[in-house]
Design a protein around this ligand. Structure first.
Ligand code: XMP
Length: 525
């Protein structure tokens, strides 16, 4: 039976800030800002009962913004008992409006919808929320409704030209309401408002460290597995590598890592992963040489989605075959991250309005019959990287570019053959070598070649050639959801192109992809 794990032990013991999600695009950003302040935070559905929060080491609550108006029928609410938990509450935008309404105020559509930068005039300069901020602050507004009347024991702390009640405070329940968004970088306070709320108002000590997570997760994994074996599909990417090291730290040789070489990897990849996990970290590492079977499954297939489906199915079959050979394997460790968890919660009834579609990275289906361990399920990607560092994962793995599960198969347009794989692998190795020398290499999100399904005429020596074309794709991005092509130095472009056409027989032309995402995607398939 697949079962998601609860929060790791460390998360339960750390002081904790609850973020109630009313469907804000920015709920994740709030959680990140709070964690950057070394305060552990989790995003919870707005409907969470106050009693569920009481059981934890709660020190503060943030109510997020949201797309609804408080008077709409479908407007999400919260349990008003949270005001009786004895911890301060910060309401942002919709969270402010709802909090003010519950505490005796009124909300109405604003005369003018306010969107963008606005100057905030701070009246209550002595309030701990504004410590170190001064008289004025540029803040970021995005609202259609406003609070027009506040409850009796409220004070106005700051205003803007269009919004007289821009920051309010109620003595009762220590509620602060902000009409603007302190979590976005366009609010120019350098994170002070959120930090002041956490440290000065709530009294958090700021003791959340990623290293604490290791101890808690290790305890949790030991307690859950109770002597049973755990298997893990290790791809060598950051997430699965961190999962493997973390589970290994918890249960040592009771972990078996399964690396499936699908024959669609980049040059040298299998050897590097093996050297790291087998020779250096001494993990029980099983490598499956399945390239021929993947190629067979892909024979003659052109359609990108069909390629993905066949690769996914083959992967599961290969994994199942090895896992069945491991006696007592009861658990499967997987590198699910927090954004995936939040998205799937939202997709199944939470209020979050926009759900991005994302790829299933090495996900294995419930029918495999394992119980699931997801030790990264409460972490953001940058936290996973820090965790990897604290577990001794080398920098080159931590900084590794994302690589799609279906590998080079989605970078060979048209049917995948052994010969075309080898062509692309050779060109890709040159691209990686050259871009790594660039002083701005850290800017690159992904850099790779795409083998096109056309041939063009060339001339090499005295010979006419009629050969393949390679497209070079180099993009920057923060999360893969949007991306832009990078202006590479001409000298580097020249070297890449000239090396590929000279060193890789079979490619006689290199072109540069200068499209952003959207409207294009990062991969070509
Ligand atoms: P696109 O091409 O959709 O890619 O802009 C966004 C990010 O996802 C990666 N990608 C995949 N990852 N399986 C994966 O595990 C896939 O099928 C897949 N397709 C794209 C892509 O490399 C980029 O980082």
């Amino acid at each position: 039976m697949m079962q998601p794990a609860g929060p790791p032990a460390a998360a339960k013991e750390n002081e904790f800030c609850a973020i109630l999600d009313f469907g804000a695009q920015y709920a994740q950003l709030i959680a990140r800002r709070v964690r950057e302040s070394r305060v552990y935070s989790e995003i919870l559905p707005s409907s969470v009962p106050a009693s569920a929060l009481r059981a934890r080491k709660l020190r503060g609550i943030i109510l997020s913004g949201g797309p609804c108006g408080v008077y709409e029928d479908r407007a999400p609410a919260f349990d008003p008992q949270i005001f009786r938990l004895g911890v301060p509450v910060l309401g942002i935008c919709y969270g402010m409006q709802l909090g003010c309404q519950v505490l005796g105020g009124d909300v109405q559509p604003a005369k003018a919808r306010e969107y963008g930068p606005t100057s905030l005039e701070i009246e209550a300069k002595g309030d701990p929320l504004f410590e170190g901020i001064g008289d004025r602050l540029q803040v970021w507004m995005s609202h259609g409704d406003s609070v027009v009347r506040i409850g009796e024991r409220f004070r106005v702390l700051a205003r803007t030209q269009n919004t007289p009640l821009a920051v309010v405070r109620s003595e009762e329940g220590a509620f602060y309401g902000l009409q603007f968004h302190p979590e976005v970088s366009h609010t120019r306070d350098d994170g002070k408002l959120i930090r002041n709320f956490l440290y000065k108002v709530c009294g958090f000590s700021g003791d959340w460290r990623i290293e604490d997570y290791v101890a808690g997760a290790v305890q949790e994994i030991r307690a859950r597995t109770k002597g049973a074996r755990v298997v893990c599909a290790l791809s060598g990417g950051v997430d699965s590598s961190v999962v493997a090291l973390l589970v290994h730290r918890a249960i040592g040789d009771r972990l078996t890592c399964i690396f499936i070489d699908n024959g669609l990897l980049r040059r040298g990849e299998r050897g590097q992963v093996r050297a790291l996990f087998e020779s250096r970290f001494h993990l029980d590492f099983r490598c499956v040489d399945a390239g021929d079977r993947f190629l067979e499954a892909l024979a003659g297939v052109e359609d990108p989605e069909e390629k993905r489906k066949r690769i996914g199915r083959r992967f599961i079959e290969e994994f199942r075959a090895v896992a069945e050979e491991i006696p007592g394997a009861h658990f499967l460790a997987q590198g699910t991250l927090y954004p995936d968890v939040i998205e799937s919660v939202a997709a199944h009834g939470g209020p979050t309005a926009t759900i991005k579609s994302h790829h299933n990275v090495g996900g294995l289906p419930a029918e495999l019959g394992f119980e699931l361990i997801e030790p990264l399920r409460l972490l953001f990607k940058d936290e996973v990287r820090r965790l990897g560092k604290s577990l001794g994962l080398p920098e080159e793995v931590i900084a590794r570019q994302p690589f799609p599960g279906p590998g080079l198969a989605v970078r060979i347009l048209g049917p995948v053959t052994r010969e075309r794989l080898e062509l692309l692998r050779s060109a890709d190795a040159i691209i990686q070598e050259e871009v790594r020398q660039w002083s701005d290499y850290a800017r690159i999100w992904q850099s790779f070649g795409v083998l096109l399904p056309i041939r063009t005429v060339g001339v090499q020596g005295d010979q006419r050639t009629y050969d393949n074309v390679l497209a070079l794709r180099v993009v920057d991005s923060t999360d893969g959801m949007t991306a832009d092509w990078i202006y590479l130095p001409h000298e580097m472009l020249r070297r890449i192109s000239s090396r590929i056409v000279n060193e890789v027989p079979g490619i006689n032309r290199v072109v540069l992809d200068i499209s952003s995402k959207p409207p294009s995607t990062i991969e070509w398939e």
